[in-house]
Design a protein around this ligand. Structure first.
Ligand code: HAM
Length: 429
């Protein structure tokens, strides 16, 4: 029988994994410039961590979680997103304590799991680069974190991005808006989708995020949250907009944008791309926002937070469709050609010395003829080919060829073993 990977998952094969490494390394460099430090949290958490934070009326919690009871009867979830687990870790490890520099800024990269209908850019196992900043209410955190996401995407060569922002205000704002939304939606109750009917009284903002086409028609005329912002919420949003403008960052405001997770308040944002990777439709590559009540919701102090998640699969799809060149190093330092069985012991010792000196090196393991070995050296893009045959064994010195210039030299085995760095430097100067 033929085994297949589970639906909605992918194998990242050699050739492709180099691109992932490049993306991850670039992200680490950018995160470092902004002083975010890496955090690694478990890939599974207790169910409550997500139901309390992402929201028990959200699609993620109601439909998309990979959850199960383990052998100890604990309700476990494969993480559908990164924020809740990081907040749980922040609280559990008391990262809010005085010994930690505030704001506490962390980043993570890794797999997330959602039981969604797979399509281009939508997987069941997917990967996020994410960041979270705790302990500051300053709108500068919102703006600089958004700017960091844009810088990262630009560094990856992405063009034609659209930044969409909105505010969900503070608790008072949302309470006032909630009622206005219910009053608006109630006369349409019969026409709403089953999900939206269910959510209307529990969490009417969810209706704005409905994927149902008819729901979307109805909410087009819904009241705007921007008309319900109280003074603090207005001030925060105004400053965010001013700061974005002062950095020359273009944005659109979508007053109906609420995001698919319940923990947000104040600024929320999405960075979208209409790359041909998505058939010209806008697809969100990176999204996030502020979540001032989440830390206390998960048992911590009243610490505010801001962060985003960036979808790596979507990023790579856009880079591939837009043919963004990746600086992937596909050169081999040394290929060692061994001729005849007698060369085997010397080949073994030499290649290990070369690798031990920090160079990439490959050889033949299939008893291939010299001609085939040279062919492989070319295919592997070797900078240098070292040959060991009968005459080299007799002289205890190998033939070394610079593949770019064709220049050949003879180097004693002992020198290769004791100081290959110097030999390589002279050979490829
Ligand atoms: P999210 O909007 O659910 O937010 O996901 C963030 C990004 O992850 C999306 O914009 C998308 O690029 C990618 N993504 C989500 N689902 C899938 C999927 N099924 N397949 C492929 N890519 C996907 C969050 O997860 C929040 N934790 C972001 C955040 C961090 N907010 C504050 N801090």
């Amino acid at each position: 029988m033929a085994y297949q990977r589970p639906k909605g998952t992918a194998d990242i094969l050699p050739g492709e994994s180099e691109k992932w490494q490049y993306v991850e390394q670039t992200a680490r460099d950018v995160f470092k410039a902004y002083q975010f430090k890496e955090i690694r949290t478990p890939m599974f958490e207790n169910f409550d961590v997500f139901s309390r934070s992402v929201g028990d009326t959200s699609d993620i919690v109601t439909k998309e979680m990979y959850d199960f009871f383990d052998k100890g009867d604990r309700h476990i979830v494969l993480r559908p997103e990164g924020t809740a687990g990081v907040v749980r870790a922040y609280v559990e490890n008391k990262l809010y304590g005085p010994e930690h520099q505030k704001p506490v800024k962390v980043y993570y990269m890794g797999p997330m799991f959602r039981y969604e209908r797979p399509q281009s850019g939508r997987m069941r196992e997917f990967h996020q680069l994410g960041v979270e900043a705790f302990g500051s209410e300053s709108p500068a955190i919102d703006v600089e974190t958004i700017a960091m996401a844009l810088q990262l995407l630009k560094q990856f060569g992405l063009k034609d991005l659209k930044l969409v922002i909105n505010t969900l205000g503070d608790l008072e704002t949302r309470q006032a808006y909630r009622q206005a939304l219910i009053d608006f939606l109630e006369p349409h109750f019969a026409e709403l989708s089953a999900d939206s009917k269910e959510r209307l009284h529990k969490n009417p903002l969810r209706v704005l995020d409905s994927k149902d086409k008819h729901d979307q028609e109805i909410v087009k005329d819904a009241p705007s949250i921007l008309d319900y912002l109280d003074e603090t919420s207005t001030a925060h949003f105004t400053t965010v907009k001013q700061m974005l403008e002062s950095l020359g960052i273009d944005y659109e405001i979508d007053a109906n944008m609420v995001r698919g997770l319940d923990y947000y308040n104040h600024t929320i944002f999405e960075i979208m791309s209409n790359s041909k990777a998505f058939g010209g439709n806008y697809m969100t590559v990176c999204a996030g926002g502020r979540y001032n009540g989440l830390v206390s919701e998960l048992g911590g102090p009243d610490a505010p937070g801001f962060g985003f998640g960036l979808g790596v699969e979507r990023l790579l799809l856009i880079m591939a469709a837009d043919e963004v060149p990746l600086p992937v190093d596909d050169q081999l330092d040394v290929y060692l050609v061994g001729i005849g069985a007698a060369a085997a012991p010397a080949t073994l010792k030499l290649i290990q010395a070369i690798r031990g000196a920090g160079f990439s090196a490959e050889r033949d393991y299939l008893d291939r003829k010299p001609k085939a070995q040279f062919k492989t050296a070319n295919r592997l893009n070797a900078k240098v080919v070292i040959t060991v045959g009968d005459s080299e064994l007799a002289a205890k010195a190998a033939n070394l060829k610079n593949m770019a210039t064709g220049e050949e030299t003879t180097v004693p085995f002992t020198e290769i073993e004791s100081d290959f760095k110097a030999i390589f430097k002279t050979a490829v100067k």
